[in-house]
Ligand binder design. Structure first.
Ligand code: IPE
Ligand code: IPE
Ligand code: MG
Length: 244
């Protein structure tokens, strides 16, 4: 694709959905769907950054996903435990920083928390882009934690309540990242499921029917074409393109 004619969003969010249905359609187990989803994520990440996107946030496991069967949760936790370090190594070679958003306590195993901290440590100097994996993530949890941290800083006289503003809230999120410009949810579901509610307030939304394991570079380019066609107004009016 000729990327010079394409508008490239600075921060892309992807809600990785449909692993289970992808597997079911092929007579495979849900676990096999998750495995394939993760393999796809590794391939897709490389492509996304090649297009010029600077920040990619992916929703990999929500705070609510712990409601699933023990078998499914255990499989996913093992997958993350085995894959995150390899993923970090891969990203480091591409000079991409890897960060994680989400709770870093129970019910996540300490071993996984240690791996996450290490992944962040080894890629912290990378400058080509930021890959943000939302793991044990929920927007409600993030906002509650943000308000608690802010309250503590106010108590410690770092600033006063009157100094609080909209931009400041970003610094209190799990990661201090810019707003999401383009939010994709695969699999055809039309909801946000507790993903980045503050950061996505002006994101362009896109809901392809494709299940995540099949959402490849070609599908991502199609999404970029769609983004390019959108008129982002942020509450204003583009008088140049209006003739009445
Ligand atoms: C997304 O796929 C991955 C996670 C939520 C961990 P799903 O597991 O939700 O797949 P479907 O929605 O059941 O097809
Ligand atoms: C959202 O997908 C969470 C992730 C993709 C990690 P779900 O499949 O859990 O969402 P619901 O239950 O359909 O809303
Ligand atoms: Mg789902």
């Amino acid at each position: 694709m000729d990327y010079s004619k394409i508008k490239i969003p600075n921060h892309v969010g992807i809600i990785l959905d449909g692993n289970g249905r992808w597997a079911q359609e092929r007579g495979l187990t849900r676990s096999e769907g998750h495995q394939e989803g993760f393999n796809n994520l590794m391939k897709l990440t490389e492509h996304v950054f090649k297009t010029g996107v600077k920040v990619l946030s992916v929703y990999a496991f929500s705070t609510e996903n712990f409601k699933r069967s023990k078998e499914e949760v255990d499989f996913l936790m093992n997958l993350f435990e085995n894959k995150f370090a390899e993923y970090a190594k891969d990203l480091k070679e591409k000079n991409i920083r890897l960060v994680f958003s989400g709770g870093r306590g129970k019910p996540v195993k300490k071993k996984i928390i240690d791996i996450i901290n290490k992944c962040e440590e080894i890629t912290k100097e990378c400058t080509n882009g930021i890959m943000n994996i939302c793991f044990n993530y929920g927007s409600h949890l993030e906002l509650v934690e943000a308000f608690k941290k802010m309250h503590t800083d106010i108590d410690n006289h770092k600033f006063s309540i009157d100094d609080v503003n909209e931009d400041m809230l970003y610094h209190y999120m799990f990661q201090d990242l810019p707003p999401i410009d383009f939010l994709i949810r695969t699999s055809g579901e039309l909801r946000l499921s507790n993903f980045m509610l503050y950061q996505a307030s002006y994101a362009e939304l896109y809901f392809p029917k494709t299940y995540f394991p099949s959402f490849d570079a070609k599908e991502f380019d199609k999404a970029l074409l769609e983004y390019t066609s959108r008129d982002r107004r942020f509450g204003g009016i583009n008088y140049e393109t209006k003739n009445n």
